[in-house]
Design a protein around this ligand. Structure first.
Ligand SMILES: Cc1ncc(C[n+]2csc(CCOP(=O)(O)OP(=O)(O)O)c2C)c(N)n1
Ligand SMILES: [Mg+2]
Length: 692
């Protein structure tokens, strides 16, 4: 079908260019360049391809749009305005000002219609891969019998990315996986303008990007608006044909390189790094408007007729798309009432009645690694929580992240002797790509129909930190399964032994770091994480840990974990000293309690699996666990003591690790570095002395 495009379309594009320039000019900062030059492509996408309903930004049947080049948020904001979705002119005038719907970078959960927070370059592409995977998994979960493309759960995921996104490793990681996954629903427009902040990208970026994507298994196309002879034409017809070809490609993701001139047509500033991230200034702004045939002195002068035309077009397309989709969705609902109930439950963010009865419990006596307990929990979720799926960055066997009996989410032709592939499978294989794993899970979680988890060694969580921070910022219910959580890793040595990681991750706001002390705490940890549905990391041991007796006459119930910290073992009356510990070190605190009792010192043991959840508790509860009057305190954790300072107080002592580990057996390192009952008891006596 040839593109229908008329003079009003041209005028709407001009309006977008001028609004982008004016919005930055008004606030005095921002990124006008790309928003000016990529406007025709973004307009074409929003007006002719993207299936959205401006009245219902959360419409399940919509296509997803992701502005990976998040600095160019105006590209999206101007199109949302022209489409009549969420934003009005006043919102554009309020760009980058406090509380506006138009923050500097698109923010998920803040501006309806923004699918994911972008700005850290490259992560948008990776999250888009997550959205595309989520779409396929959702099709498989709710409508597996229907051919791909015909289900109400099918849709396209469109991304606009710049040179920066394509230079970032996370985009390369995710794009490689997208090729293997044959994500035919993913379409990436690369604004190939050869400019980033330091001007010409030749200084750092010279490979043939399309060849690279071809090697990843992508369908690649090029649309040159800038010709060899230096002439420039915003050829929307050619781009439209390329988008059509990309949509027709059902078993490969697509990239379309659009060679543009940044800032075109801004006299004196186009094609320079200078227009990337600074306001144009009066002269260039007037020049741009004159070139576009607009009043050079008017600010925010919109072409009302063109705006009305664009909005009407989006409404008409939305009405048609809605009526087709609504009918298909209604049919699906009637045909599958149970699945419709499941969808309802998931959309309402509820867990099924009594789901927790599927969870395992562990008999005291036998020692169990918490990673292995976590694996048993994951296995137990298979039938009760079909929305839960996940995997690992090539460490499934070590992270215990496999859901037994479930096929792998890979095209069947990539099945191996070990893993049976199915495009609707459930076990995820991220490859050795931790950052992409994190950003992909963000896309899945933001899409909202599934609950992803992903594992790696805790020490390598550093590689995914940028994505974890975004999950915390967006408050996405992603679960990290980070195992091999301390020097307990042993022989693999200091490169594999986390030391500073607990502190570093506790420093991220809105992220729960949960380090259970034993198998039964691990069960409650998973249960609480799934119930709370916020970003959370499970920090799990490689090595076996004792499973102590709990209940009457023994240690307190592991249910206390849900409060973040709880009294695990107590004494008659007021304790002399409080021993706090997390994870594998709780056992030393318990042993120390007995040693101290032998010397007439009354020690309370508090298990502190999650400082963030403890922080949320009432003042009364906190006082009941850690009475202010008891100043003698000891923390025990195989990591830097920094996060414990507030809990131990001035007279407190920390049994901690302030240096890197070594390649040696974990048992030897624990003992040699002072993680023993004797040393904990000695620290308790020191603290008691300090109080006196
Ligand atoms: C991970 C990350 N590193 C650095 C930046 C800072 N930054 C913002 S835009 C930009 C240049 C982007 O170049 P490009 O994608 O080509 O955008 P264009 O200049 O064409 O708009 C940089 C380095 C960032 N936002 N994210
Ligand atoms: Mg660029």
């Amino acid at each position: 079908m040839t593109l229908k495009w008329n003079e009003l379309d041209d005028r709407a594009v001009k309006t977008a260019k001028i609004l982008a320039a004016d919005a930055v000019e008004k606030v005095g900062s921002g990124h006008p360049g790309t928003a000016i030059s990529i406007a025709p492509a973004a307009y074409l996408l929003f007006q002719r391809h993207l299936r959205i309903d401006p009245k219902d930004p959360q419409w399940l049947g919509r296509d997803r749009f992701i502005m990976s080049a998040g600095h160019s948020s105006l590209t999206q904001y101007c199109q949302m305005y022209l489409a009549g979705q969420t934003l009005e002119l006043d919102d554009l005038k309020a760009l980058r000002t406090r509380g506006s719907l138009t923050p500097a970078h698109p923010e998920y959960g803040h501006t309806p219609g923004v699918e994911i927070t972008t700005g850290p370059l490259g992560t948008g592409i990776a999250s888009a891969v997550g959205f595309a995977m989520s779409a396929r998994r959702s099709h498989g979960l709710f409508d597996p019998e229907t051919p791909m493309g015909d289900s109400p759960f099918d849709h396209y995921v469109y991304v606009i990315a710049g040179d920066g996104c394509l230079q970032e490793g996370v985009a390369a990681e995710a794009s490689s996986l997208a090729g293997t996954q044959k994500l035919g629903n993913l379409i990436l427009l690369w604004d190939d303008n050869h400019i980033s902040i330091e001007d010409d990208t030749d200084i750092a970026f010279t490979e043939d990007v399309l060849k690279r994507y071809e090697a990843y298994g992508w369908h690649t196309q090029r649309v040159d608006w800038l010709s060899e002879d230096g002439s420039y034409a915003e050829d929307v017809v050619a781009l439209d044909a390329a988008i059509e070809a990309a949509k027709a490609q059902t078993d490969q993701p697509s990239i379309i390189a659009v060679r543009t001139i940044i800032g075109w047509p801004t006299p004196g500033k186009q094609n320079t790094g200078g227009i990337h991230g600074s306001k144009l200034g009066t002269e260039a702004l007037r020049g741009l408007k004159e070139t576009l045939g607009a009043d050079p002195d008017a600010m925010f002068a919109v072409d009302e007729e063109a705006v009305a035309y664009a909005r009407a077009n989006v409404v008409a397309r939305a009405e048609q798309a809605r009526s087709e989709w609504d009918a298909r969705f209604a049919q699906w609902k009637t045909a599958h009432p149970e699945r419709a109930e499941l969808l309802d439950r998931i959309l309402n963010k509820k867990l099924p009645e009594n789901w927790e009865s599927a969870l395992p419990s562990f008999e005291p006596g036998k020692a169990v690694a918490t990673r292995s307990a976590s694996g048993k929990v994951i296995a137990s979720l298979a039938d009760v929580l079909p929305e839960v799926w996940g995997g690992s960055a090539d460490l499934a066997g070590s992270n215990n992240t496999l859901m037994p009996g479930q096929p792998s989410f890979i095209p069947a032709e990539y099945s191996t002797g070990t893993f049976q592939g199915d495009i609707f499978g459930r076990n995820l294989h991220f490859g050795i790509r931790e950052f992409a794993m994190g950003a992909i899970m963000n896309g899945m979680a933001a899409d909202g129909l599934t609950r992803p988890y992903g594992g790696t060694f805790f020490v390598f969580s550093d590689f995914m930190r940028g994505a974890v921070r975004l999950a915390a910022l967006m408050d996405l219910p992603v679960t990290y399964v980070w195992t091999h959580d301390s020097i307990g890793v042993g022989e693999d040595g200091p490169t594999h032994q986390p030391v500073e990681h607990l502190a570093a991750y506790r420093a991220i706001p809105n992220l729960a770091i949960v380090r259970p002390a034993d198998a039964n705490e691990t069960v409650v940890a998973w249960k609480t994480v799934l119930e709370k549905a916020h970003p959370a990391a499970l920090i799990l041991s490689r090595q076996n840990l004792p499973v102590p007796e709990r209940g009457e006459g023994a240690l307190a119930s592991a249910e206390g974990l849900a409060k973040g910290a709880y009294v695990l073992a107590d004494v008659e009356g007021t304790p002399d000293v409080i021993l706090m510990a997390s994870g594998s070190e709780v056992q030393y605190a318990l042993e120390a309690k007995d040693l101290l009792a032998g010397e007439g010192v009354k020690a309370r043991v508090v298990s502190v699996p999650c400082m963030e959840w403890f922080d949320e508790q009432s003042a009364e509860y906190k006082e009941s666990v850690l009475p202010a009057a008891v100043k003698a305190r000891v923390s025990v954790e195989a990591g830097v003591a920094m996060p414990w300072r507030a809990l131990v107080g001035d007279a407190g002592r920390s049994v901690s690790l302030e240096h890197f580990g070594e390649s040696a057996s974990g048992d030897l390192l624990f003992a040699d570095y002072g993680f023993t009952a004797e040393n904990v008891a000695a620290a308790a006596k020191e603290s008691l002395a300090a109080v006196k």
